[in-house]
Design a protein around this ligand. Structure first.
Ligand code: GTP
Length: 651
């Protein structure tokens, strides 16, 4: 089951249209320090029983990155008092204070006289990035389930718990932010323990910010999370089997893979094979992230670290791949579910000359993100561009921001569309661009049937807002599946389950939910099924000519609202002409909404003073006749500048 989620923070936070993602190439390449500057760590000192691989999972903003910082400080991995989210290295992550890319760091913890190697894998909180959470958990034996003591369980707490328990991970509930006056640690502990059927004594109330009780978290990691399963045979005698769970790109060394060794060992000079591509590589370096790269003598059974082997393209480091030694072939590990993009948008340069640069920038940003797809697309109105597929709206917004932040490119991103299915002549095809949508004639003859993707959504909301949330969901064509109260919640909170079209939640749903609940709702979704649907394509016509880049596929019940909204928006950005301009929205040939931009009226009587009434009248009549001529001449001559598209899509 592929997982697609979108979360709505329960604390009001910056607009979701400005959040970040993708490749960690920039961040991680900064980690590379020349080998001579680094001392190798002897991994023989860390047999499996002294290793703990764990993750921190939580709803957004519940404090994962802050807790990670404290753990790194307490173990002396980073200097205390830096008070910055060490694992959030992307500019956008720092700026927005959110994690968008899973990250990891190893730390050495002295516990009762023994040294333990703790491998922490930080995960992003936003649900669009939950594939990152899922694959990070694949490298772990346990997870800290972090819950904000002022907010209690949120929609994503439920989903990350689900992901962790599916993988049979040991879960330690950690109740954070107990320093806040609004914190209710006892109630939240009870809520978490009851909801997930956990041991009451296992819950740890902490403040990641002040460090209160964080030492206990380290102790619990060692005591409660099991070490990776031990093997009877020494790692040197076992065949190497390593799971590639993440990668980043370094411009000097190529793709650097993050691996978990399931069996055997790997060291510099080994010839390894990718199970996925069967390509062979010679290992040039192995090590751990501490949090910067620290080379090690080798990596062995149970350990998590990085591996450099001359992979020139980031795509060669295939996430979920199994790595083995050339001399000892092994069966592949289960790997990961491939994630499919569910939101598609056209990305075009504001200036057509910039296309190649834009394409290169888009590709660079998506290098390390296997969930993104990029294909060339051309539009009559916008010229050459790319059609990019994302996991969700947030994923798209993050991409846009990173493109603008890191590559200094202004881009036009067309209205997002979801993948619809068309069954025609017994054949099924997926439509990701409105231009591929069947013509109304084909639909009216019942030669084609249409299906749209639905999701299973979960919302947790204080009961005072439940009425407005239900209203919002039904306005977005959602159907209620379940309604229940969360236990031990004060104020009472409702847990809603809905079946809702994906298209309804990829536009402004998130913002509406936040405003309807003052930010107190949490929301997430999983891809569900395809349902037969009465869909239409709405074409936008400017001065009777269709503008392909503005066409949209919508449910028939929404077509009128969408049409009115877009003709109005267009009216606001198209400059006045010397003739009247019709802006229409149409289904097939049939217009369903119209706005008119009145002609620019020049004052032709300027300079005629006093009683020249006849001359004024003559001038005005001349102007009228001139306009009629102009109107005819100018049919089809409206040129909508790219900058107008930019304003249109931004507004
Ligand atoms: N008062 C208080 N604030 C905290 C505590 N832990 C985290 N915070 C604050 O909560 C906010 C969110 O913390 P993060 O560590 O960025 O949360 P996160 O879960 O990593 O967020 P995402 O990466 O966006 O999912 C920040 O403003 C932190 O300073 C705590 O124990 N007490």
């Amino acid at each position: 089951m592929s997982i697609f989620r979108l979360a709505c923070g329960s604390i009001p936070r910056p607009s979701p249209t400005a959040l970040p993602i993708f490749s960690s190439s920039i961040r991680r390449s900064q980690r590379h320090i020349s080998t001579s500057q680094r001392r190798s760590l002897n991994m023989e000192e860390y047999p499996t029983e002294r290793i703990r691989n764990f993750s921190v999972v939580a709803h957004i903003d519940h404090g994962k990155s802050t807790l990670s910082d404290r753990l790194l400080e307490l173990t002396g991995t980073i200097k205390a008092g830096q008070n910055q989210q060490v694992l959030d290295k992307l500019e956008v992550e720092r700026e927005r204070g959110i994690t968008v890319k899973a990250n990891s760091s190893s730390m050495i913890y002295d516990y009762k006289g023994d040294k333990f190697l703790l491998n922490l894998i930080d995960t992003p909180g936003h649900v669009d990035f939950s594939y990152e959470v899922s694959r990070s958990l694949g490298a772990c034996d346990g997870a800290l389930l972090l819950v904000d003591a002022t907010q209690g369980i949120q929609a994503q707490t439920l989903s990350v718990y689900e992901l962790a328990s599916q993988r049979n991970l040991t879960i330690i509930p950690v109740i954070n932010k107990i320093d806040l006056p609004a914190a209710e640690p006892d109630a939240v502990i009870e809520q978490v323990v009851m909801q997930f059927d956990l041991d009451l004594d296992s819950a740890l109330p902490i403040s990641a910010k002040s460090g209160l009780n964080v030492e206990q978290v380290l102790e619990a990691i060692v005591e409660k999370i099991p070490p990776p399963p031990a093997s009877e045979v020494s790692p040197r005698q076992q065949p190497l089997k390593a799971l590639l769970f993440d990668s980043y790109f370094d411009k000097f060394r190529g793709a650097v893979s993050l691996i978990k060794i399931e069996s055997g060992m790997v060291q510099k000079g080994d010839v390894i094979v990718s199970h996925h591509s069967k390509s062979k590589y010679t290992v040039t370096e192995v090590g751990v992230l501490n949090p910067d790269e620290k080379p090690t003598t080798h990596l062995q059974h149970g350990q998590v670290g990085y591996l450099v082997c001359g992979m020139k393209e980031s795509g060669e480091a295939h996430i979920g791949d199994t790595i083995y030694k050339q001399s000892q072939p092994v069966d592949a590990l289960p790997g990961f579910q491939p994630v499919k993009p569910m939101v598609f948008a056209g990305v075009f340069p504001v200036d057509n000359k910039d296309f190649l640069r834009l394409e290169e920038n888009v590709k660079r940003l998506t290098l390390n993100d296997p969930s993104v797809t990029v294909h060339r697309e051309s539009s009559n109105a916008l010229g050459q561009g790319c059609r990019v597929g994302f996991l969700g709206q947030l994923h798209l917004d993050v991409f846009r921001q990173r493109l603008e932040d890191e590559h200094d490119s202004e881009v036009i991103i067309t209205a997002p569309t979801v993948p619809y299915k068309v069954v025609q002549g017994g054949k099924e095809r997926v439509v990701r661009v409105p231009s591929e949508f069947p013509e109304p004639a084909e639909l009216s003859n019942r030669k084609a049937s249409l299906f749209e993707p639905y999701v299973n959504a979960e919302i947790i909301v204080p009961d005072e807002y439940v009425g407005s949330v239900i209203e919002l969901l039904s306005a977005h064509r959602g159907e209620q599946v379940a309604f229940s109260y969360l236990e031990n919640s004060n104020p009472p909170r409702v847990h809603l389950k809905y079946h809702i079209p994906l298209a309804e939640i990829v536009t402004d749903f998130y913002a509406k939910l936040k405003s309807a609940t003052s930010g107190y709702a949490s929301f997430e979704y999983q891809q569900a099924d395809y349902v037969a649907s009465d869909l239409v394509k709405v074409n936008m016509l400017i001065h009777h000519r269709p503008v392909d880049a503005l066409a949209m596929i919508v449910h028939r019940s929404k077509s009128m609202d969408v049409a009115k909204h877009w003709v109005k928006k267009l009216k606001d950005v198209i400059p006045k002409q010397q003739f009247e301009v019709a802006i229409q929205a149409a289904i097939g040939q049939k217009p369903i909404a119209r706005e008119t931009i009145k002609a620019m009226r020049m004052n032709v009587t300027e300079g005629l003073y006093g009683g020249h009434f006849d001359r004024k009248l003559k001038k005005l009549n001349q102007q009228k006749r001139g306009k009629a001529k102009l109107k005819m001449k100018a049919v089809g001559n409206i040129h909508l500048p790219q900058s107008a598209f930019y304003d249109l899509m931004k507004s």
